[in-house]
Design a protein around this ligand. Structure first.
Ligand SMILES: Nc1nc2c(c(=O)[nH]1)N[C@H]1C(S)=C(S)[C@@H](COP(=O)(O)OP(=O)(O)OC[C@H]3O[C@@H](n4cnc5c(N)ncnc54)[C@H](O)[C@@H]3O)O[C@H]1N2
Ligand code: MOO
Length: 404
């Protein structure tokens, strides 16, 4: 009886929860730009307030609002520029103030230059005056200290994924380094006598290794550290020996293989790991039906099927969500329900994942269902989900897609 997608995803998540437990309690401190996309390891309390001082939201005149109730013509004082301490506001006067400049002590409102007469800044002359609107409300165009965040309050919670907005906030708070969770270390192995590295010359019957690159790119984008990767041929003995060496050398928290797990005569992963705590499952999904999961020498292990599209979809359906769930990053793929541009059929009892192109209105299928169609995958911008109980969907029917 095949496992459901949800059952296998839960199993992968539980495997990673155990494998990455130490990592999730650890931290390394890195520069802000080294932290892009990574989960914050500790709560961050604001060391300063933002804004740090009351300042002007407009280029204009700083006034005491009470004075604008008494009259509309003001003597003009010294100009207050951003980046410089503000002099106190002389009683009854108006000071030219620039956006971001400190509000002069004694001022509580700003009149934008467009509402002043004259409506431009002139070089300062003694005795110069400006006419401003009457009854300016207190607080107008003033950004009070701490109105964004007050010093001592929680700025970002542990586990928050650090993208541009969060990193920008940390920089604004004066922090140049940030504690993040260490990246999970992954050992990646492509398998098969037919698989040779790109950049070499294949012998008859051989093909170039797509999976190490495709999975290394996926893992790197998901915040993992691919500690090592290699291709191993279809010899279970050589596979076992090499794997042990690589595990000792790279000390990964996760081992991911592709290929060698289905029903052929030479299934190197299946044969080499037969005595290990590893299960070879059939998941009710297509592509990505054959899956292996377990531990090898206490290292968490996932075996993905060899077809490149199957490998990528296995990553997207199981490993990416599990990393997000356990570590707080990567973000889930954005999910939408959108109309199909064309009718589609799907095998009964299997969750089919087709590749699609979403143009903002509807999703069209890119290529067929075959799990070798890497060129079609490279043209797609979405995965199209046809759940196990769906055997057909008509054009215009809504389906779930994940944006890639
Ligand atoms: N009798 C059956 N045959 C197959 C079944 C089945 O249920 N009964 N399942 C099919 C499905 S579905 C898949 S998926 C594959 C999975 O097989 P393996 O995981 O054992 O993968 P391999 O046989 O090693 O390779 C499959 C396919 O992918 C190519 N490949 C492998 N590695 C790479 C790589 N690194 N880069 C590019 N291409 C790769 C390989 O040459 C094969 O064409 O089994 C079906 N068979
Ligand atoms: O399940 Mo296989 O992954 O279709 O090609």
């Amino acid at each position: 009886m095949p496992r459901s997608v949800a059952e296998h995803r839960n199993a992968v998540t539980e495997l990673l929860r155990t494998a990455l437990a130490d990592l999730a309690g650890d931290a390394e401190t890195v520069g802000l730009l080294q932290a892009i996309g990574r989960p914050l390891a500790r709560d961050i309390t604001a060391p300063v307030s933002l804004p740090p001082f009351d300042n002007s939201q407009m280029d204009g005149y700083a006034v005491a609002s009470s004075a604008t109730h008494a009259g509309t013509e003001f003597p003009v004082g010294e100009t207050v520029a951003a980046g410089h301490p503000a002099p106190p506001l002389p009683p009854g006067a108006a000071l030219p103030v620039m956006t971001g400049a400190m509000l002069p002590p004694g001022a509580d409102a700003v009149v934008p230059i467009e509402q002043a007469r004259p409506d431009g800044f002139r070089p300062f002359r003694a005795g110069q005056t400006v006419t401003l609107p009457a009854r300016v409300p207190a607080g107008q165009f003033v950004r009070p200290a701490g109105s964004d965040i007050a010093a001592g309050t929680l700025a970002l919670r542990r586990g928050t994924r650090l993208d541009a907005p969060q990193l920008g906030l940390l920089a604004a708070l004066g922090l140049d380094r940030v504690p993040v969770l260490p990246r999970p270390r992954v050992l990646l192995l492509s398998t098969g006598d037919e698989v040779v590295p790109p950049g070499t010359v294949p012998a008859p019957g051989q093909i170039f290794d797509a999976n190490n690159t495709l999975l290394a790119a996926s893992l790197a984008q998901a915040g993992a550290d691919v500690a090592g990767s290699r291709i191993l041929a279809d010899s279970p003995e050589a596979f076992g020996a090499r794997l042990r060496e690589d595990l000792r050398q790279h000390r990964p928290q996760l081992l991911v293989t592709s290929g060698g797990i289905s029903k052929g005569a030479f299934e190197v992963v299946k044969q080499a790991l037969a005595a290990e705590d590893v299960r070879f499952e059939s998941v009710a999904m297509q592509p990505g039906g054959p899956q292996a999961i377990g531990t090898v020498d206490s290292v968490a292990f996932l075996g993905f099927p060899g077809n490149p599209v199957s490998s990528l979809i296995s990553f997207e359906m199981f490993l990416r969500p599990a990393l997000g769930e356990v570590l707080g990053a990567p973000a889930p793929r954005p999910s939408l329900r959108v109309p199909l541009a064309e009718a589609v059929e799907s095998p009964e009892g299997k969750h089919q994942v087709r590749r699609g192109y979403y143009d903002g209105a509807a999703v069209s299928l890119v290529g067929g269902a075959g799990s070798h169609l890497l060129h079609a995958l490279a043209q797609a911008n979405a995965l199209v989900h046809l759940p196990a109980d769906t055997t057909a969907a008509a054009a215009g029917e809504n389906v779930e897609i994940w944006l890639l």
